[in-house]
Design a protein around this ligand. Structure first.
Ligand code: ADP
Ligand code: TRP
Length: 326
């Protein structure tokens, strides 16, 4: 049996090339090597998005993104978190053995507090739901971006606490983090993130993509001045899209024989060539809502079976199962 992998993406909006290179590409590369469970973390999105149409739309977009990049539902179990009630049920049991202190140390919560955002209980409890997401399926590995490492560690803490109280039950998971995938920069040079409105969307049109690339912020080096490739956002993106030409580009940056304009034009062409098949597949999927529904229904049924099994065992261990009354 291949080892199991599990990961999820929150449906919180426009999926971008940072998400692709930071998370989704790994799912694609690993789908033949692991028994993969990948899900739409819609319950996690609910503490951010309170507009029902927007949430429903985001859920469909993530489902299509998973399929459009080439994940094969015959190999991968694709499911929707909210269709598997065991996630919330296990969350409650974990809530009851998790200290406030553990969650008060979570970066996402601390960031929200620091930004003086009002914090809902769902956001505070997010790592516990995430622990349930993971531990229900006994995965060996959890591929995530850097920013999620702490959440996987909290899941491990919760598993160990449970084991201490009730005996061994869960597989201890490991985060799978690709250190070589640095943060993908956005148009303004900061981390590409939908909250910064600096993204190139996976489903942007070719025209919008060209416009965005031409608007990438650079320094003001003149046409034939030498340029530093390592501090240039355009170059950082070439590293993802123009790997076969990266040495030539580096050389031309250093010798001052490329303008930012030319570098941007080449990049836009490369990004568009890369995104074209993904967009085409997405357009097909737009006209196949029944197919998407079938994939999610079948995936969620399969996930439920496994999750239910774990939940029953947990209920047995904590003293909530019917057999304790006999
Ligand atoms: P956003 O910052 O746009 O809200 P999310 O936090 O929803 O993105 O991230 C979803 C996944 O994509 C996470 O695994 C995260 O690590 C990865 N990711 C997001 N932005 C980037 C980026 N700029 N570079 C690399 N990975 C990213
Ligand atoms: N918290 C993750 C993110 O923001 C999404 C997520 C939810 C997840 N549950 C998970 C990732 C379980 C891996 C495993 O990107």
């Amino acid at each position: 049996m291949p080892e199991r992998l599990l990961s999820g993406i929150k449906p919180t909006g426009n999926i971008h090339i940072g998400n692709y290179f930071g998370a989704m590409r790994q799912f694609l590369e690993l789908q033949d090597q692991y028994e993969s469970f990948l899900f739409i973390a819609d319950l996690h999105a609910l503490n951010q998005i309170h507009n029902p149409e927007e949430l429903a739309d985001n859920i469909r977009e993530i489902a299509k993104a998973y399929l459009a990049i080439g994940l094969d539902p015959d190999k991968v179990t694709l499911f929707q978190q909210s269709r598997v009630p065991a996630h919330t049920q296990l969350t409650w049991i974990f809530n009851s053995i998790t200290s406030m202190g553990l969650l008060e140390r979570a970066h996402a919560y601390k960031d929200a507090l620091a930004n003086e955002r009002s914090v809902n209980v769902g956001l505070f409890d997010y790592p516990v739901l995430m622990a349930a997401d993971i531990l229900l399926y006994h995965p060996k590995v959890v591929p995530v971006g850097n920013d999620q490492q702490q959440h996987v560690e909290i899941a491990v803490d919760i598993a160990q606490r449970f084991h201490h109280l009730y005996g061994p039950t869960f597989t201890i998971p490991q985060p799978l983090i690709r250190s070589e995938v640095a943060v993908v920069p956005g148009l303004d040079g900061r981390k590409m993130s939908k909250s910064y409105h600096n993204v190139i969307g996976l489903f942007d049109t070719p025209e919008a993509t060209v416009k965005k690339v031409m608007a990438i912020t650079t320094d003001s080096k003149g046409l034939s001045e030498p340029k530093d490739p390592e501090t240039c956002t355009i170059f950082a993106l070439h590293k993802l899209f123009s790997t076969d030409q990266i040495e030539e580009l580096r050389e031309r940056y250093r010798s001052g024989s490329i303008t930012y304009k030319e570098s941007k034009e080449r990049l836009a062409e490369r990004i568009n060539a890369f995104l074209q098949p993904i967009r085409e597949r997405k357009a097909e999927l737009d006209s196949q809502p029944e197919y998407i529904e079938r994939v999610l229904a079948e995936g969620s049924a399969k996930a439920s079976e496994m999750a239910e099994k774990t939940l029953r065992e947990v209920m047995e261990r904590v003293g909530l199962s019917a057999s304790h009354h006999g």
